[in-house]
Design a binder for this molecule. Structure first.
Ligand code: FAD
Length: 310
């Protein structure tokens, strides 16, 4: 069995693997896709000490650092279920989609999250070519340009306020007949001179030419009229979904599906820790996921050295 088995190979899982391996214990990483979300990222300009890199380069660097240690990397492997240890200090089992079962004295869950897509024509085609999901990451790439935010919940309205300080103009498009964000955010948004808000507006297409976004089409649901907003960028802000469906009923999740962790990365299951975008820790960013992964590995080690000698 592994001393530490890490499920998920993004920045959180990779950091956990390096920290755990440096304790000289047996470490495995099972990941559906090593690297995680950074594989889909263009420019990364906010990882501290790295002025600029791109996603695939960053993912390759994560893998190289993990491979530098004796870590058993099981790539293209999805976990389907975890079974807690039967007694304190016992083995946790992780059932894999391929039918295999991995056993470990401690497990770190770092399965990340995915952005909910609007599923309109143009979204996939122009992903990273004007269609973006993370204002903290990609906002500055649209400096001086026109952008839209799809979604009028807290994250959409926060994104619009954030972008309004950077870009030339923000159009916020909300499907429902009113914005669902907190009132204080909505009034802040309405006070900004370079923001236009459309409610009751269904996004129907993200248009583009020459491999770049050039507009957003929406239908006014009251009049059925179609409108085209010319712009350079679209931020989709209709939810971030944690990859935790397989943990339902075993590990405590928040109402948003995030794994509930304490300040040391403990879940409610003894010997099971979690880190990164799949947890309740706020602000889903690489530097934060990596820090949390390191922390979870140290907590797992702390747990292991406290187990009775058998
Ligand atoms: P993830 O990166 O999501 O990794 C999760 C891992 O778990 C993957 O290996 C996945 O395959 C695996 N996995 C999932 N389910 C299972 C399962 N059941 N069994 C086994 N493995 C599983 N952040 C920044 O700081 N700066 C940026 O510039 C930036 N740009 C971004 C651009 C885009 C387009 C996107 C989508 C995100 C961006 N982010 C950025 C956010 C950043 O990528 C995430 O915060 C970070 O990757 C989270 O790391 P993580 O390890 O928690 O999860």
């Amino acid at each position: 069995p592994f001393d530490v088995l890490i499920v998920g190979g993004g920045p959180a899982g990779a950091a956990a693997a390096v920290y755990a391996a440096r304790k000289g214990i047996r470490v495995g990483v099972a990941a559906e896709r090593f690297g995680g979300q950074v594989n889909d990222t263009m420019a990364i300009e906010n990882y501290i000490s790295v002025l600029e890199t791109d996603g695939p380069k960053f993912a390759a660097a994560l893998e190289a650092q993990v491979r530098h240690y004796e870590v058993d990397i099981m790539n293209l492997q999805r976990a389907d279920k975890i079974i807690p240890a039967e007694e304190p200090g016992g083995l946790v089992q992780v059932q894999m989609a391929n039918g295999g079962v991995l056993q470990a004295r401690s497990v770190i869950l770092s399965t990340g999250a995915r952005w909910r897509n609007v599923n309109v024509p143009g979204e996939q085609e122009y992903k990273n070519k004007g269609v973006a999901y993370c204002p903290h990451c990609d906002g500055p790439l649209f400096k001086g340009k026109r952008t839209a935010v799809i979604g009028g919940g807290n994250s959409g309205v926060e994104a619009a306020i954030d972008l309004a300080g950077i870009v030339q103009h923000v159009t916020l498009v909300e499907f429902a007949d009113q914005l669902k964000a907190d009132a204080v955010l909505v009034s802040k948004l309405k006070s900004l001179p370079n923001v236009t808000i459309h409610v009751n507006a269904q996004t129907t297409e993200i248009t583009g030419a020459d491999g770049k976004v050039n507009g957003l089409k929406y239908k006014d649901r009251a009049t059925n009229e179609e409108h085209l907003v010319p712009l350079e960028g679209v931020f989709v802000q209709i939810g971030l979904v944690p990859n935790t469906e397989f943990l339902k009923g075993t590990v405590e999740l928040s109402r948003f599906g995030e794994i509930v962790v304490d300040a040391k990365g403990h879940t409610n299951v003894p010997g099971v820790f979690a880190a990164g975008d799949c947890t309740t820790v706020p602000y889903k960013q690489i530097v934060i996921a990596a820090g949390e992964g390191a922390k979870a590995a140290l907590s797992a080690f702390d747990h292991l050295i406290r187990q009775p000698v058998v």
